[in-house]
Design a protein around this ligand. Structure first.
Ligand SMILES: C[S@@+](CC[C@H](N)C(=O)[O-])C[C@H]1O[C@@H](n2cnc3c(N)ncnc32)[C@H](O)[C@@H]1O
Length: 329
């Protein structure tokens, strides 16, 4: 049994102030403005056309939050701010925080959503704001590269010829898989606007001759194939239960006999109260997608079993499940 929360901890949870301070500073691109220089609040306010008093309060809070440093009345980036929050850095992740900032108004409608059950949005960000979606994909690609390589190694694809990444985003997995297995070809299926980013990454990787882009809506358009392996990574939580079950059935039909499906997502434990991050993420998904959700590992595996997959197993707890399409008799 974990210990009960203290009152101080309850209050701390209610203080969303630091989150909004960080998101607003990132949106205003303060960290790029302070790149390689130390500046006073008044100089920075003049340069960015902001109110000096208001900016000064925000900057001091960012120092207390250990994102900025202050010396001799001037503010400058800490190492972590310079590395991850200044736009010129190759390890910039601010686009993800800017997405969260843009979703602030949806969170503001949580109470109405709880009363009506109706989300404030009708479509997800990749549909409504392809430019922001593209920026977010660059961050997801950056933080997902390591896991793409690990997934490629763990799946042992020596006997596979052709893989499809359904909702493959920036091509992170397709690129990692093709680098790991020189004989492999890949198809990245995604919305046409997203594939503009994918094309850039595939060119940079020099894999244009082995990775094909297939534009479309994976719920309504044909996927091509048949394939030896289908990957569905971080797409299930944008959609409702029935839509996912139908997509898994559709993918089954586009696989070769003995082909397999690998699904990677943020899955919940059977009692739906852990992992803690995922339980909060479900509420985020509630107000930021029309009917998305996070699912238990068993629910994801049931979609596979009902579609006809065999040997359905959890490859990584609450993260990756796999099923095999039976061979021809
Ligand atoms: C969170 S990203 C995941 C990208 C990638 N699979 C990964 O794991 O990094 C979700 C992706 O699904 C794509 N997507 C969402 N709905 C789609 C649909 N109906 N048809 C095709 N692609 C879709 C988005 O464009 C985006 O690239």
């Amino acid at each position: 049994m974990s210990r009960e929360l203290s009152l101080a901890e309850i209050f701390q949870m209610g203080y969303y102030w630091e989150a909004k301070i960080l998101l607003t500073a990132t949106k205003l691109d303060l960290f790029s403005a302070l790149e390689g220089r130390a500046e006073s609040a008044s100089a920075l306010a003049a340069r960015l056309h902001l109110n000096e008093r208001a900016l000064s309060l925000l900057l001091h809070a960012l120092v207390a939050m250990r994102i900025l440093t202050k010396q001799n009345g001037k503010f400058f980036n800490t190492g972590v701010a310079q590395k991850h929050l200044a736009k010129t850095s190759s390890e910039y992740v601010g686009h993800l925080l800017i997405l969260h900032d843009s979703e602030w108004k949806n969170w503001g409608q949580l109470e109405e959503t709880l009363q009506t059950g109706i989300s404030p949005v009708r479509q997800h960000v990749f549909e409504t704001n392809p430019d922001m979606g593209a920026n977010v994909l660059t961050v997801l690609d950056r933080i997902g590269r390591g896991s793409g390589v690990n997934l490629a190694k763990s799946l042992r694809l020596d006997g596979s010829e052709h893989v499809i990444d359904v909702g493959g985003g920036a091509g992170t997995n397709a690129i990692a898989f093709c680098r790991e297995y020189p004989h492999l070809r890949a198809t990245v299926f995604d919305l046409p606007q997203t594939l503009q980013v994918t094309e850039r990454y595939i060119k940079e990787a020099g894999l244009e001759d082995r990775i094909t882009l297939k534009p479309g809506n994976f719920n309504t358009d044909a996927l091509g194939g048949p394939y030896d392996l289908a990957v569905m990574s971080d797409i299930l939580h944008y959609q409702g239960h029935q839509t996912n079950a139908a997509l898994v059935r559709k993918v089954f039909a586009h696989l070769k006999s003995n082909g397999r499906l690998v699904m990677k997502d943020r899955f919940l434990d059977p009692n739906r109260t852990s992992p803690a991050w995922t339980t909060a993420f479900t509420v985020h998904i509630l107000v930021n997608t029309e009917c998305g959700d996070c699912y238990t590992t068993q629910e994801a595996m049931d979609w596979m079993i009902q579609a006809g997959f065999e040997s359905v197993t959890e490859l990584e707890p609450r993260a990756i499940v796999q099923g095999m399409k039976p061979g021809a008799i």
